[in-house]
Design a protein around this ligand. Structure first.
Ligand SMILES: [Zn+2]
Length: 95
């Protein structure tokens, strides 16, 4: 899936593949349940899992990289800084 190349910075690998995404999700799930981490840290990983799920949904339905509000493409720079962005810089966040 070519779009994965655009979000490779998400988990800091050179080439992001479907397997990498699955591995990142597995790792986030493991961390979310790992008692080594504080409750706050586990909450961060759980939140990350929700974001991965949302990212998958957006990749699947073709809305990844599009603003939820104005439906224009979100700039690459913004996506690079924050791959989970669902709105462009001009629109207020929907969350
Ligand atoms: Zn917008």
């Amino acid at each position: 899936m070519e779009i994965l190349g655009d979000i490779q910075d998400l988990i800091g690998v050179e080439t992001l593949t479907e397997d990498d995404l699955e591995e990142a999700e597995r790792q986030a799930l493991a961390n979310a349940q790992n008692p080594v981490f504080s409750v706050e840290e586990q909450a961060v990983w759980k939140n990350q899992l929700v974001r991965y799920a949302e990212l998958r949904r957006r990749l699947a339905d073709g809305t990844f990289g599009l603003c939820d509000v104005c439906h224009r493409p979100i700039s690459c720079a913004r996506l690079r800084a924050y791959p989970f962005a669902t709105t462009c810089v001009d629109c207020p966040p929907t969350e």
